[in-house]
Design a protein around this ligand. Structure first.
Ligand code: MG
Length: 381
């Protein structure tokens, strides 16, 4: 299978290339895109002999690093160049591991050009699920998010009408059990120390606020077509169960495994097959206690806000997501505090009357408005 990887120098992208390294007979990498990490992109292109490359950052056009590329490799610049990789001839699948709503157009162009989409960019569905899902069928959209890959697997062979409830598990992040008074003073460094998963900075902050779980609820709503009152979140600090599906006869199917993103990435590539992987197996005799508790939505209000945005629907999740991206970046830049993230998101949501989703252009316009409004609130803090 010929694969394009968008976001190849990030956490998911590098792990996807690990999978490709293990399965050279199954996977050929035909396109790679990154934002700014030109040096790593060049190394990847050399190792996997990739001829089509894209860098989002146009300022790197004259970078000396690029001179080391093989002469038959072509590199283009800008967001448009990244999106064009979704349509290259001969590619069968695109792994979208871009970060943020900027990944929506790439997901859209992949599905429109009838290629398979392995989706690690959950923001695509949060913002544009209403546009993307009508373009997808059960074989063309493969979730890479660990919870959604787990649910996807629990649903295999089942009649979707017999599903009562989806249970999304959450690790609870580094601040589980903290009070709001304590959260007001947590630092960037404490926030980036996630207890169970190793990920990029944006999603790690989202995991600490529980916004990530909120975005995943919206993602699950689009992927699996269940109402919000049938999608539940449960905190499970050991992250051993990756999610569960409850059926009408009282049966519950759970997906378990070690916390290694190469498992869901590989399944998206191999489905409907499974391939060998040198993953350390779970040793149930050494596992000890698995514990569960409700998510504390009073303390971690981002989760409640995301569910509210999902229920309101239309353009509201796009607003939630854009305001969150701005607020998280500001937190990472030490411009605002941890609790300001949810405050900014809530204020921007209160200024928006959601409309039904009709086009990419409409979503991008709403996204731009929400970013500008979030920046206004940040300046006023
Ligand atoms: Mg996840």
């Amino acid at each position: 299978m010929n694969v394009v990887i968008l976001g190849s120098t990030g956490s998911i992208g590098t792990q996807a290339l690990d999978v490709a390294r293990r399965h050279p007979d199954e996977l050929r990498i035909v396109g790679l895109a990154a934002h700014s990490s030109s040096e790593m992109l060049v190394q990847q292109a050399q190792e996997f002999r990739v001829k089509r490359l894209a860098l989002g950052n146009e300022g790197l056009r004259d970078s000396a690093t690029l001179a080391q590329l093989p002469h038959d490799a072509r590199v283009d610049f800008g967001l448009e160049a990244i999106e064009e990789l979704c349509e290259i001839e001969g590619a069968d699948m695109v792994l979208n591991a871009l970060s943020g709503a900027v990944g929506l157009r790439a997901s859209y162009r992949t599905l429109i050009s009838k290629k398979k989409l392995a989706l690690a960019n959950k923001e695509s569905l949060v913002v544009g699920g209403d546009l993307l899902m009508p373009l997808a069928d059960s074989d063309s959209l493969l979730p890479v998010d660990s919870e959604h890959s787990a649910i996807f697997q629990c649903l295999l062979g089942e009649d979707s009408k017999t599903v009562n409830r989806l249970w999304l598990t959450a690790s609870g992040g580094p601040f589980r059990g903290r009070t709001r008074e304590q959260l007001a003073y947590v630092t960037r460094e404490q926030t980036l120390a996630h207890p169970t998963w190793k990920m990029g900075p944006k999603i790690t902050v989202d995991s600490a606020t529980l916004m990530n779980k909120g975005l995943e609820v919206i993602e699950a709503y689009h992927l699996f077509g269940l109402d919000y009152d049938r999608i539940s979140v449960v905190v499970h600090p050991q992250s051993c169960i990756h999610s569960m599906v409850e059926y009408c006869d009282g049966s519950v199917k759970a997906h378990l495994g070690v916390t290694d993103m190469r498992i869901p990435i590989q399944l998206a590539f191999s489905y409907p097959q499974r391939w060998q992987a040198p993953i350390e197996p779970l040793d149930f005799t050494q596992l000890g206690t698995l514990s569960f508790e409700p998510a504390d939505e009073q303390t971690f209000r981002a989760l409640a806000l995301a569910k509210e945005a999902g229920r309101q629907g239309g353009t509201m999740p796009a607003v939630l997501n854009a305001a969150n991206e701005i607020a998280v970046q500001s937190f990472l830049n030490r411009i605002c505090g941890f609790l300001d993230i949810e405050r900014i998101v809530e204020r921007v949501m209160l200024c928006h009357n959601p409309e039904s989703v009709c086009s990419l252009e409409q979503l991008e316009q709403v996204d731009g408005w929400a970013r500008a409004t979030a920046n206004d609130f940040l300046r006023a803090l």
